[in-house]
Design a protein around this ligand. Sequence first.
Ligand code: ZN
Length: 194
Amino acid sequence: MSGELSQLRLVDTPAGPITYTLTRKRVKNLNLRVGRDGAVSLSVPPRCALDRADTFVREHGGWIIQVQARQREKRVEPLPPVDRAECVRLLGEALERVYPLVQPLGVAFPQLKLRALKSQWGNCHWAQGYITLNTALARCPERLRDYVALHELVHFLHHNHGPGFYRQMDALMPDWKQRRRALRGYETEFDEKE
Ligand SMILES: [Zn+2]
């Protein structure tokens, strides 16, 4: 047993009714969070009174509803799932599309590995000459796949996210910030995996 007890509670707030998951754990303070899917959770110390928990949520009702609305806006429908072969094709094509941008800068065509990464869209193993792309990218629009592929390719030139890295991105893909922002809407894709 973990010693954690959870229950679902419903409170009326001036901003409207809110359902939240109350969890008792060894914490000192009340800890309120709204997940990316809009789910509200509150962790409280083991002996915290239910009234106090509900009141806390009620007092933060306006903030909760605001965050939920923002999360809803950000969320986007991912493309349908694809099988492994299709995933290999889609991400391989992304790499081939953007590679010509870095080829003149002396980057060798890397080996591509695909993995269901949990918290990253990709990473670059510059010393070993390969990049890894998240299989969840196959369910994102083409321009976002291209952005991640290019991001990882640029790491062969700039190993960290220093000013040089971003200058290079600006030069090669001027709208990369917009693409990165759009990609955030798809992040639940890999959060929920595995
Ligand atoms: Zn990076």
